[in-house]
Ligand binder design. Sequence first.
Ligand SMILES: NC(=O)c1ccc[n+]([C@@H]2O[C@H](COP(=O)([O-])OP(=O)(O)OC[C@H]3O[C@@H](n4cnc5c(N)ncnc54)[C@H](OP(=O)(O)O)[C@@H]3O)[C@@H](O)[C@H]2O)c1
Length: 295
Amino acid sequence: MSQVLKHILVVGSGGQLGHALRAASGEFNEFRFTFWERADLDISVESWVLERITALKPDIVINAGAYTNVERAEDDHEGTEAGNAQAPGYLAKACKSIEALLVHVSTDYVFDGALNRPYTEEDLPQPLNYYGLSKLKGERAIDAVFDHYYIIRTSWLYGTFGHNFYNTMLRLAKERGELFVVNDQFASPTWVGLLAHDILAMLRRKYTEGVSIPCGLYHYTHEETASWYDFARAIMDVHAMNIPVHAVESGRFPTKAKRPTYSKLDISKWKNATGLTTFTWQEALRQCYSVMENR
Ligand SMILES: NC(=O)c1ccc[n+]([C@@H]2O[C@H](COP(=O)([O-])OP(=O)(O)OC[C@H]3O[C@@H](n4cnc5c(N)ncnc54)[C@H](OP(=O)(O)O)[C@@H]3O)[C@@H](O)[C@H]2O)c1
């Protein structure tokens, strides 16, 4: 085993990204990991965040926690604000006081979808829903405290664990035998297993290999664009489930939270800075499937 180089604390680790980071951590022996779920640390309680993190003194904090229910966020502004807008600022303060790096994850829903090309880090955020607004406030709360951070915006996260589109489509396909899926919203589905791996691979590049990767804001997803319909069709194909998938307009499923019609993220900055290999969303889906099959 290589020498342990850095201690990484993952907070909010009970969700899909937290699980994926735990699964990927075994490949990164140069790091020592501590995983805290909500019961170990509620990131929306400032005094607790400052106390527990400064006592542990990790070198790096990865925030995998957030208030992610986009629909409920429209009604629960207080809860959303606490988890997504304020908590990141508390984490930044704690990190600053112990000179730790903060890695925080944000969302494509900071954009309104009005562009006709992939969104870069320079494009103006203009959230359409309360979840997106709260996540944008969280980004700004971190930036107001210090600049020793990576904020990684991603889109349409899925994996084999937790609540996500992939698991929902598989369940509905088995229950109903056919699917009706929205065909007028476009982005790139992101396999959480690759995101988790690549966050740690980026940290390896930085700390083990000495590659200079400037702190700041990055977009991370896979190559190429899909609609939810395209994604559902591909999930059925990869699982060899021969059932009808019908394309419908989003108006068929009215939601309280407005979603951007187009939120593809441009990942050039991430690719150039990290040099990590990227995959199309179809390749990532096949990787997710093969991990599931080989378990
Ligand atoms: N899911 C997506 O499609 C998507 C897309 C773009 C960006 N993102 C971002 O990616 C990151 C990871 O998302 P995910 O899909 O892995 O989310 P997830 O599966 O919903 O998990 C979120 C985790 O955060 C925990 N949490 C919430 N509030 C907390 C608090 N105050 N203190 C401690 N833990 C708390 C939750 O715990 P409880 O279960 O106890 O509430 C849950 O375990 C988030 O920043 C999210 O905004 C997600």
